[in-house]
Design a protein around this ligand. Structure first.
Ligand SMILES: [Zn+2]
Length: 395
């Protein structure tokens, strides 16, 4: 047994500062009375800590004349949106950049499609850097706390090296270092699905759940997992590559070198090709196929049916592996689930699930296709939420 160590007053103070800031960041404006009750601290402590967060420029206080039961004025602690981060989601087809205020509001957002062949890492770094600079130039008085980026690939913990992002054609690309050098600012990068599960857990459909599987498909599939309330990263950060789980030994061949990977069965372009459409149309094209299937177009209906079947096969393997309380679906998985949940469920339940079907909820992501983007913002906020006193003072 390790020797128990006491907690010093300074450490306790930091923990309490952190608790207040995290509460108002995730829940929005909160009265001092609620903070006092929920954090188990006395009123004068909350008052002193709130004052310190105000002097750090992280919160403001609003006083309403009408008090609570006591008749005292009610002090509302409000996250200060002059503190922003820039969140980036590097997709296979497009880049999204958002300016997000402390408290989680998206203040500005820009999307740009990749040109054909634009996946060259130097080109992506330059394009992303320009979008970030444009976003920040529009708000010169705000304090930028950090930059967080979601990438559809395996990202090494520590330095953000992108080890493998097959749908971008990246292998061992020092993307994070290149972007940080180009901007002259620190950058944090994470796998898009790992950030997606974080966002859905903080602000989405998985609030209050501790065992969560987040599965999102566009061209490829990402998997992000929360196990016992803790993000599953693996030893180096590469856990959760569910897109390359083999579901069919008969094929087809995958970019990763294997055959019959799950993303070769349920990706956007797979559904589009099966339905006789051109690949590359993204979510609107998938919505068109689903609408046509509903209107009785046989080829579209067969494509949706087939992809729904493979959705069920993959989700079943994941439910058996991880025993989640909730499976959160994003991208084309969410679209197919909404259109054909019976068909997905049929495949899911065809053979025995170790955990009874009723024990697992399956839901579409509440943040829709923005889960990774919002998760990237949370990644950028994390250092200040962890150490409020370390907030940079320069604007
Ligand atoms: Zn593969």
């Amino acid at each position: 047994m390790p020797t128990p160590t006491g907690v010093g007053t300074e450490e306790l103070r930091r923990a309490n500062l952190r608790a207040i800031l995290q509460t108002v960041h995730t829940r929005g404006p909160t009265t001092r009375a609620v903070l006092t009750r929920e954090l188990g601290l006395n009123r004068s402590t909350i008052g002193a800590l709130t004052f310190e967060l105000q002097s750090l420029g992280l919160v403001t206080e609003q006083t309403s004349a009408v008090g609570g039961r006591s008749g005292r004025p009610s002090h509302l602690v409000v996250p200060c949106p002059d503190n922003v981060v820039v969140a980036v989601d590097v997709g296979v087809d497009r880049v999204a950049v958002a300016l997000v205020g402390l408290g989680g509001d998206v203040l500005d957002r820009r999307d740009r499609g990749h040109q054909r062949g634009e996946h060259d890492v130097a080109h992506v770094v330059e394009s992303v850097a320009q979008m970030i600079e444009d976003c920040l130039a529009a708000v010169p008085s705000k304090r930028c706390l950090g930059i967080g980026v979601a990438v559809p690939g395996a990202v090494r913990t520590g330095d953000g090296l992108v080890r493998f992002a097959p749908n971008l054609g990246w292998v061992e690309e020092p993307f994070t270092e290149l972007l940080a050098n180009r901007l002259g600012r620190p950058v944090s990068t994470g796998n898009d699905a790992n950030l997606g599960v974080l966002a859905e857990h903080i602000r989405g459909v998985a609030v209050g759940y501790s065992d969560v599987a987040y599965l999102s498909a566009s061209v490829g599939i990402g998997g992000g997992f929360l196990v016992g309330g803790v993000p599953l990263t693996g030893a180096r950060g590469y856990a959760g590559e569910v897109g390359h789980m083999q579901v069919d030994s008969l094929g087809p061949e995958c970019r990763c070198g294997s055959v019959g990977c799950w993303e070769m069965k349920v990706g956007e372009n797979v559904l589009l090709r099966r339905a006789g459409r051109l690949p590359g149309g993204g979510p609107p094209a998938i919505a068109e196929v689903i609408a046509s299937a509903r209107d009785g177009e046989a080829r579209a209906a067969a494509a949706v049916d087939e992809v729904a079947e493979w959705c069920g096969v993959g989700i079943r393997a994941i439910v058996n592996l991880f025993n989640p309380e909730i499976v959160v679906l994003g991208g084309v998985l969410s679209q197919v689930w909404s259109a054909a949940s019976d068909r997905v469920d049929e495949a899911l339940s065809r053979s025995t699930l170790i955990s009874p079907r009723n024990d697992v909820e399956i839901r579409s992501a509440r943040l829709e296709d923005d889960s990774p983007l919002i998760g990237a913002a949370e990644l950028a906020f994390a250092p200040v939420l962890e150490h409020p006193q370390m907030v940079p003072q320069a604007v």
